[in-house]
Design a protein around this ligand. Structure first.
Ligand SMILES: CC(C)(COP(=O)(O)OP(=O)(O)OC[C@H]1O[C@@H](n2cnc3c(N)ncnc32)[C@H](O)[C@@H]1OP(=O)(O)O)[C@@H](O)C(=O)NCCC(=O)NCCS
Length: 247
């Protein structure tokens, strides 16, 4: 048999194949799908394509996939999840997401110290089938200028469970976090993050150019929650004590 599919939408091929489209049984039209290469051990490897399920469950790819004999791909439909404010019973799930996403305890510890210190201004979770699959946290980051202190927030950390990464969860968490902060009266957010990811949400290194910090370069970015909020603001960002070991 040339092709088979398991319940995780894993496709394997016995011969070299060019795949312009594939079929997902039981997935409704309109749902986003992310396609990953298949690692030798059967797990997901790198991202190959993003697409949308069409009529009858067919997924048409913008560019055909080239699949070598014995290899294949995994198609993962976008998960169903909700985004909401963190509540006290989420603490364990939030810790797990941060530990698994960052492969260690440091960010999970940072979340707990920021929370205990009263520095958190927004902490949102993505929940899927009762499980916390993503988390974003924004905390105080005052900017000390010659004319006084301007309040701002640091976006850190932000994490999505490895098996939910690249499925769009982070791209919904960031705007939700920024909207929550704007509604709470905040005006400026600073992030040290992936330069290819954050600009799509309004962050830019240019907006952070007049802010001095222990970090520099294109990963240090700022965003205005209110247009013009950074106009005329030049100063030093003051990371709060929980960030002590990081700055
Ligand atoms: C970074 C992270 C929060 C993004 O969340 P996500 O749900 O995977 O993101 P989405 O599916 O919404 O978006 C994926 C996009 O982020 C990009 N991205 C993911 N990880 C990235 C990385 N390490 N560097 C640069 N870009 C990255 C992807 O390339 C993709 O871009 P595209 O939309 O242009 O294809 C998540 O991958 C994660 O938890 N990573 C490990 C921890 C981490 O790095 N946290 C962020 C610290 S700033």
């Amino acid at each position: 048999m040339n092709l088979y599919r398991d319940t995780h939408y894993t496709f394997r091929f016995a011969e070299d194949r060019l795949i312009p489209r594939f079929h997902l049984e039981g997935v409704e039209p309109g749902r986003a799908v992310t396609v990953f290469a298949l690692a030798d051990d059967g797990s997901r490897s790198h991202l190959l394509a993003k697409a949308r399920v069409g009529e009858g469950g067919w997924v048409e790819l913008a560019d055909s996939l080239v699949v070598r004999a014995g290899s294949g791909f995994v198609a993962v439909p976008a998960p169903v999840y909700t985004i909401r404010d963190e509540v006290p019973t989420d603490a364990e799930g939030v810790r797990l997401v941060n530990r698994l996403a960052f492969n260690g305890d440091a960010e999970a510890d940072l979340v707990e110290v920021l929370r205990a210190g009263g520095y958190v201004r927004a902490s949102l979770v993505a929940e899927s089938e009762g499980r916390i699959v993503g988390h974003i946290l924004l905390s105080d980051l005052p900017i000390v200028t010659e004319c006084g202190t301007v309040s701002a927030l640091a976006l850190a950390p932000m994490a999505v469970l490895p098996e939910f990464q690249n499925l769009g969860v982070g791209s919904r968490l960031v705007p939700a976090g920024l909207d929550a902060c704007r509604e709470r009266g905040h005006r400026i957010v600073v992030v040290l993050g992936h330069p290819a990811f954050y600009p799509r949400f309004g962050f830019s290194p240019a907006l952070a150019m007049r802010l001095s910090s222990p970090f520099s370069g294109e990963a240090f970015m700022a965003a205005e929650l209110v247009p013009g909020a950074l106009t005329g603001v030049a100063g030093r960002v003051e990371y709060t004590p929980p960030f002590g070991a990081w700055v």
